[in-house]
Ligand binder design. Structure first.
Ligand code: PRX
Length: 646
């Protein structure tokens, strides 16, 4: 039996959703999705309210996902304009820089004004509804301004995480055929400068990027950069004198809002496409109920806007709810390991949401940096991105939250738009390490390898049997890839790519990816991408990459590399290869371990048997299973003997 933390009755008494509400509303949401989601849609301001609610088919031959399809609204107007009457002077964004002395706040009215001015700027530069705009910015308010300005005029934004390399940026620009890029001179993280504009310049020298007409540069550090005329323009100059009025573009519910690239098992990252109305209904509702949001809450999600968490739960969900949001441009250990909690005290944060990898990194430093701060304002703690080990959960609960704050372990994905399995803090008893129960409208199921649905307590692959409004609609420019990736493995279901266990109370325990995706510090890295970066080196013949255990990152990257005949492995070459991956993809994809492999275990048809490599990387050579189908069983012996984790 796992440990249970029952809902605190005093918390439940004031909560938005209590136990009986959860049961009643969940039943309604799955029995009458049209009625339930129609009612939930009323939380938004519509130009034309929808009469058609759900129109979905998961049949691979006729796959379509449409919600609220005859409705019209504007996402930015829902995040800004409608708050002006009552919340115009309320703080929308509290910016906390990398340097603790740098703080700036924007009220809803100020944010609205800046978004209107920037929307006009984009229009003047020829950006029109449906055009793609790449955003490559640090965690500064201008990132939210840029996203909302795109939404206001109907341009489709594609935010690229500032840690990605020029090559990764170039491939996203090429795939989206973006007309314009918004960047900053430099980023700042932990006191170090990141050459964002320099990276943009480099990416625009790559083939396939000549769709870009304009680069807008926000002055962040004032560092020296090269401005190429007439392509490059300063944000602050363009904004001068812009009108503060910009009518929001009426958008169809199913018009695209953004694409966000994410890694899968094969090929290049794919552009996950989210549309307007369903996404906003879903992110705002899940945000409000999971964080039991109150008017005076100060909400802080530490995710970068370059990831889906930054889209749904830094920008769109919270701003649609009129919340006060902290945007943090720093790191947990700068200037010291108390930083998170210093920021909590400084801004009286009540709702705090971060990733297990950050919790583990801070836990390693002991309790003192936490206890040096008050944290009295905290009410709810959240986690996301990867399974949280019960030890880290308990430390977060006991030391950070002083056993006063429920922990919401939110399971979801870039593809899902918002939380699918998560506790509602006033309704659902907690078990450390479990994301608990499905959100309204979500019907999870566990299937075996053949697709047979398992009943009761069981484990297997996690699928979702029906749609919800926040679901991705397609892969940008490649609908067939969408169908093939998510709807072919278990026909009639959305396949998550995750394994899960369901216990005797119906609680879900996510066990991690079951495909060739590695979850490093909560970020998805495709093994194929790392392999292709490794084999790009002239001395490399072949590479196979698998995940391995990592105390802080959750999973690390373990690479097996075969060199061309006549080459020998050296420490120097290892460094070169790791540097090559950093350059091609970014630092987050750099292998933690690199083992020279005279040969790789392959089937007779030439397929690399990753199952065996995973066991070697997990230091479990006694669990290799059947190796008799290998073309050359001898290669395994060498790899086991020379394994790097023992
Ligand atoms: O494996 C699951 C893991 O992260 C994957 C989704 O990654 P991404 O699309 O980058 O989105 C991360 C932020 C939502 C999932 O397939 N994952 C995410 N949240 C959890 C999790 N695993 C366990 N518990 C979670 N709370």
């Amino acid at each position: 039996m796992s440990e249970i933390h029952p809902v605190d009755p005093a918390f439940a008494e004031k909560a938005r959703i209590r136990k009986d509400d959860y049961q009643r509303m969940y039943a309604e949401s799955v029995q009458d999705p049209d009625g339930f989601w129609k009612r939930m849609s009323e939380r938004l301001d519509w130009i034309t309210p929808p009469t058609k609610i759900k129109n979905v088919s998961y049949d691979p031959a006729n796959l379509h996902i449409r919600w609220y399809e005859d409705g019209q609204l504007n996402v930015a107007a829902n995040c800004l304009d409608r708050h002006l009457a009552e919340r115009g002077d309320k703080t929308a964004i509290i910016f906390e820089g990398d340097d603790p002395n740098e703080t700036r706040t924007l009220t809803y009215r100020q944010l609205y004004t800046e978004v209107c001015q920037f929307a006009n700027t984009l229009k003047n530069l020829g950006v029109e509804k449906g055009d793609r705009v790449v955003i490559y910015l640090p965690m500064i308010p201008e990132a939210a301004v840029a996203m909302l300005a795109c939404a206001r005029i109907g341009a489709i934004h594609s935010v690229v995480f500032g840690g990605f390399s020029p090559d990764s940026l170039a491939s996203r620009i090429a795939d989206s055929k973006a007309k314009l890029i918004i960047t900053a001179d430099e980023g700042l993280r932990g006191g170090k400068k990141i050459p964002l504009k320099g990276n943009v310049d480099e990416s625009l020298s790559r083939p396939g990027t000549n769709s870009v007409e304009t680069v807008i540069v926000v002055r962040r550090t004032g560092g020296a950069i090269h401005m190429q005329s007439p392509r490059d323009r300063w944000y602050h100059t363009l904004m001068e004198g812009q009108s503060t009025a910009c009518a929001p573009e009426p958008m169809n519910a199913e018009d695209p809002l953004f694409t966000l690239y994410t890694s899968g098992s094969t090929g290049l990252p794919k552009g996950v496409l989210h549309t307007s109305a369903g996404y906003l209904v879903y992110t705002s509702l899940t945000h409000e109920l999971t964080f039991d949001l109150r008017e005076d809450d100060i909400y802080w999600c530490t995710a970068d806007v370059g990831w889906i968490t930054g889209h749904s739960y830094v920008v769109y969900g919270p701003l649609a709810n009129g919340a006060t949001v902290v945007m943090f441009d720093g790191v947990p250990n700068y200037p010291d390991f108390s930083r998170f909690w210093q920021v909590v005290d400084k801004h009286k944060v009540t709702l705090f949401y971060t990733a297990p990898t950050a919790i583990r990194a801070l836990m390693r430093e002991g309790d003192a940096p936490v206890k040096a701060t008050s944290r009295k304002s905290l009410r709810i703690l959240g986690t996301v991105g990867e399974p949280i080990n019960p030890e880290a959960w308990n430390w977060y609960y006991r030391v950070v939250g002083e056993e006063r704050c429920p922990i919401v372990d939110t399971w979801w994905q870039t593809e899902t738009g918002g939380f699918l399995i998560t506790p509602l803090p006033g309704a659902i008893d907690l078990k450390p390490g479990s994301a608990t129960l499905p959100f309204f409208g979500i019907k999870p199921a566990i299937v075996d390898a053949e697709g047979k649905v398992q009943e009761g307590a069981c484990s297997g692959n996690l699928v979702i049997t029906d749609s919800w409004p926040g679901q991705m609609r397609t892969v940008y420019g490649d609908h067939q890839r969408f169908v093939d990736t998510y709807f072919k493995a278990y026909p009639g279901n959305y396949f998550t790519g995750d394994g899960a266990r369901r216990d005797e109370d119906g609680y879900y325990w996510i066990t991690g990816r079951v495909d060739d995706v590695i979850n490093v510090s909560g970020h998805r890295i495709g093994t194929a991408e790392v392999e292709s970066a490794l084999v790009a080196h002239p001395k490399v013949a072949e590479a196979a990459v698998v995940g391995c255990h990592h105390d802080i990152k959750g999973q690390g990257i373990y690479a097996f590399v075969t060199l061309n005949a006549g080459e020998t492995g050296s420490e120097e070459l290892k460094k070169e290869l790791v540097a090559g991956v950093r350059k091609e993809i970014g630092a987050i994809a750099a292998p933690d371990h690199l083992q020279w492999a005279p040969g790789l275990p392959k089937t007779r048809s030439g397929k690399i048997m990753r199952r065996i490599l995973r066991k070697i990387a997990e230091n479990a050579p006694d669990q290799l299973g059947d190796v008799s189908t290998l073309a050359d069983p001898g290669v395994v012996k060498n790899l086991v003997e020379k394994r790097l984790i023992k």
